[in-house]
Design a protein around this ligand. Structure first.
Ligand SMILES: Nc1ncnc2c1ncn2[C@@H]1O[C@H](COP(=O)(O)OP(=O)(O)OP(=O)(O)O)[C@@H](O)[C@H]1O
Ligand SMILES: O=C(O)C1=C[C@@H](O)[C@@H](O)[C@H](O)C1
Ligand SMILES: [Mg+2]
Length: 173
């Protein structure tokens, strides 16, 4: 089985995905890391040097590659992955795949992202909580329609990462 973790930037896909994989004794893959490795550039540099359209094309291509894995895998995708190139339908139709949305409130996300925006090309330039809240609010409004199609939804608000992992396991099995 492949467990696909999705959610907005900074919802914890990578860090929670790693912990979940360890606990389940599954392989861990992160689509952003995989793109960086294959493209030999950081995600920020792919955006900067090649543009977002190129990034989205490669993202869809590498997602298709990783969904073919036959190992038990936790796959954390990028924040935008489900929202482009028909990727959400591909995830939903893939065999042996469970999709899971790490859901976070606007307040949780805006606070986290203000602190950790530097390596996130879409928001790196936003430097006040008011503007971050406005941007994330609008962006999330466009994206939740994709995230909400996930089979399982788990809230991360005010929870320690280990508690999120426990909640995911309760929902999965
Ligand atoms: N439940 C939590 N409680 C506190 N901090 C958390 C929690 N989940 C994640 N974090 C922290 O939030 C930050 C973002 O997490 P992470 O990088 O895993 O998110 P992401 O969804 O992979 O984001 P992106 O894909 O945009 O890089 C990290 O610093 C992580 O340690
Ligand atoms: O939310 C997004 O569109 C993105 C999130 C990151 O995971 C990266 O995939 C990239 O920075 C784009
Ligand atoms: Mg990540």
């Amino acid at each position: 089985m492949i467990i696909v973790l999705m959610g907005y930037m900074a919802s914890g896909k990578t860090s929670i995905g790693k912990k979940l994989a360890k606990k389940l004794n599954y392989n861990f893959l992160d689509l952003d890391d995989y793109i960086e490795e294959k493209e030999n550039l950081s995600v920020s540099d792919v955006f900067k040097e090649k543009g977002e359209i190129y990034f989205r094309k490669q993202e869809a291509y590498y997602l298709g590659c990783l969904l073919k894995s036959e190992k038990k895998t936790v796959l954390s995708v990028g924040g935008g992955t489900p929202c482009y190139s028909g990727n959400m339908n591909i995830i939903l139709k893939a065999e042996n795949v469970k999709s899971l949305y790490l859901k976070a409130s606007l307040q949780t996300l805006a606070n986290k992202l203000l602190r950790k925006r530097a390596k996130r090309p879409l928001i790196a330039h936003i430097d006040t909580i008011e503007r971050m809240t406005e941007f994330v609010g609008k962006h999330l409004f466009e994206r939740v329609q994709f995230y909400n199609q996930a089979e399982i939804k788990v809230s991360i608000d005010d929870k320690a990462k280990d508690d999120v992992v426990e909640d995911i396991i309760l929902e999965l099995f």
